[in-house]
Design a protein around this ligand. Structure first.
Ligand SMILES: [Zn+2]
Length: 231
């Protein structure tokens, strides 16, 4: 194999390496947990916290209602047993009873509201839990697929790197240096010649250059400096 063909093939391998590395980078980006799943988890946690707070308020109100009921029972009992010492005390007891019954009505209706709200929250939580679970399952399937792809590409990449290393060892240091320099400057070091034109810059080769390329020598395009390769 002549030196130019060897260099061209090394370039093909290097391009494959570049593609494989890019693919691995893409996969690693995709392996980040999806935003939708993160938001769903946050939403669920917030809803659960709200429910907990509502249940706490409900519990406190229930205790308050029990207290009032107990007080009402006591005053009722006193009235029934007629323990008032005078009409004024009797009147006060009746007023107190009325006021407590009023508070009790208000608290009971508030409690009903809280219970309804809590029920609504529980429904929302159930929906969010379903959504989160389904997103988690989707994510697991995707992760599995990506991991499989990743290991296939990794093993291909390590083969390519090995190949590139061997090809470099078979290339003369000066040729390799030239290849690296053009590659760094232009991205592509070796270009094909088609219909007498350099495919790097599209300029027609002078006859002398063309003949040297045909002879399999390492020739740089006099216009763009890339190494010319004729298949
Ligand atoms: Zn050129």
């Amino acid at each position: 194999m002549n030196a130019v063909k060897q260099l061209y093939e090394l370039q093909q391998v290097d391009l494959e390496i570049q593609k494989a590395r890019q693919a691995l980078q893409d996969i690693s980006n995709q392996l980040q947990e999806p935003d939708a799943l993160i938001s769903a988890r946050i939403q669920l946690a917030t809803q659960k916290q709200h429910l907990e707070e509502a249940e706490k308020r409900q519990q406190e109100l229930e205790w308050k209602i029990e207290d009032i009921q107990e007080k009402i029972r006591r005053v009722d009992k006193s009235l029934y047993e007629n323990t008032a010492k005078n009409p004024r005390e009797l009147l006060n007891m009746e007023l107190e009873l009325k006021s407590m019954k009023h508070i009790l009505d208000k608290d009971e209706s508030h409690l009903l509201n809280l219970m309804e709200q809590a029920e609504g929250m529980q429904d929302e939580i159930a929906t969010s839990e379903e959504k989160t679970t389904s997103l988690e399952q989707e994510w697991q399937v995707k992760q599995h697929t990506l991991s499989t792809q990743k290991s296939v590409i990794e093993s291909r990449l390590s083969g390519l790197e090995q190949q590139s290393k061997q090809m470099r060892q078979q290339t003369s240091p000066s040729t390799l240096k030239l290849y690296q320099e053009i590659k760094s400057a232009k991205g592509q070091a070796v270009v094909q010649v088609e219909q007498g034109k350099c495919q790097g810059c599209r300029v027609t080769l002078p006859l002398g250059e063309w003949q040297q390329v045909k002879a399999g020598k390492i020739v740089q395009c006099s216009n763009c400096g890339r190494i010319l390769y004729l298949e």
